[in-house]
Design a protein around this ligand. Structure first.
Ligand code: M6P
Ligand code: ZN
Length: 189
């Protein structure tokens, strides 16, 4: 028989961090070195001894059972490599069909969505906006502002992360800031 999961509630503090979480991830530039377009600039920064934190994830993970949700607060710092804004790695879900919801809590952001045919959609993910990610779309958050971008994600706990395709091929578009404007351009790689 399936183990019964009790209802529970976790408070978020004034910075939108969950007061209780079971895992914290810290992703630095060196973890994303193959994903930014200007790899030469990434290597320059790393070889100067710097390795800035790009984002942090505070996970409230539950056991991977059908119908159970996990959640996470992600803090994505502002910044660019060349003219490409800081982003989260991005992933498909391992298990289909599994979608996800991202809720913008602070800052200015975009959500890049890419289907299995590499077709791109973009959604706004500013403070107060709720983005629905359908199954079979890779998803990546991008901070296009000057402040921290914070969002809460809610996803089926059995979804799983599939990073392989994105690590190998990237997204087909990248988000850049040029002459004060935010633009989506073809990934030159
Ligand atoms: C959101 C959720 C998490 C994910 C995190 C960072 O909080 O989608 O599951 O881990 O963003 O994104 P990524 O794993 O792509 O780096
Ligand atoms: Zn996901």
């Amino acid at each position: 028989m399936r183990r019964k999961i009790k209802p529970f509630c976790i408070e978020l503090n004034e910075n939108w961090m969950p007061r209780r979480y079971n895992k914290k991830l810290q992703i630095k530039l060196s973890d994303l070195r193959k994903l930014f377009c200007r790899r030469d600039l990434v290597e320059e920064i790393l070889s100067s001894g710097e390795d800035p934190v790009i984002y942090e994830v505070y996970q409230i993970s539950q056991s991977p059972s059908e119908g159970v949700f996990s959640a996470a607060t992600t803090v994505l710092y502002p910044g660019k490599i060349g003219d490409e804004y800081y982003f989260t790695k991005g992933h498909f879900h391992l298990k289909e069909p599994r979608g996800e919801v991202y809720i913008g809590l602070a800052g200015r952001g975009l959500l890049l969505l890419q289907d299995r045919n590499r077709k791109i959609d973009k959604l706004s993910l500013n403070k107060g906006e709720v983005a629905f990610i359908p199954p079979n779309y890779a998803h990546r958050a991008v901070n296009i502002g000057d402040e921290k971008m914070v969002f809460l994600s809610i996803y089926p706990s059995d979804a799983g992360h599939d990073y392989e395709i994105i690590e190998r091929e990237g997204f087909s578009k990248i988000v850049v800031g040029r002459k004060g404007k935010v633009a989506l351009v073809d990934n030159p790689k």
